[in-house]
Design a protein around this ligand. Structure first.
Ligand code: FES
Length: 107
């Protein structure tokens, strides 16, 4: 059962367990993590599930798709190289303990 560590803008951390195959976004919404709005429910059409992936985990993730790249241009907070839409990050054992930072705003 992969674990995700969400870091809020004020630095407080919240851990969430998720099923193998769930997305980071699903882990957030199932555990009522504030700051992940996920308006479209993971359809890659809202950009309100923006997170900054902690530097040490970036290399463990597959590259962003073209569609994700495009949607990242619509995020409220300026995207960086560490930006991902967390509905596009699928969890498995290799990502157990992944750390993601929640942006200050999503809309
Ligand atoms: S939940 Fe809408 S783009 Fe990720």
């Amino acid at each position: 059962m992969p674990r995700v560590v969400f870091v809020r803008p004020d630095g407080t951390k919240q851990e969430a367990d998720a099923a193998d195959g769930a997305s980071v976004m699903q882990a957030a919404t199932a555990n009522l993590v504030p700051g992940i709005v996920a308006e479209c429910g993971g359809e890659l059409s809202c950009a309100t599930c923006h997170v900054f992936v902690d530097e040490q985990w970036l290399a463990a993730l597959p590259a962003r798709s073209e569609d994700e790249e495009e949607m990242l241009e619509a995020t409220s907070e300026e995207p960086t190289d560490a930006s991902r839409l967390c509905c596009q990050i699928t969890l498995d054992a290799s990502l157990d303990g992944i750390v993601v930072h929640i942006p200050k705003t999503q809309k």
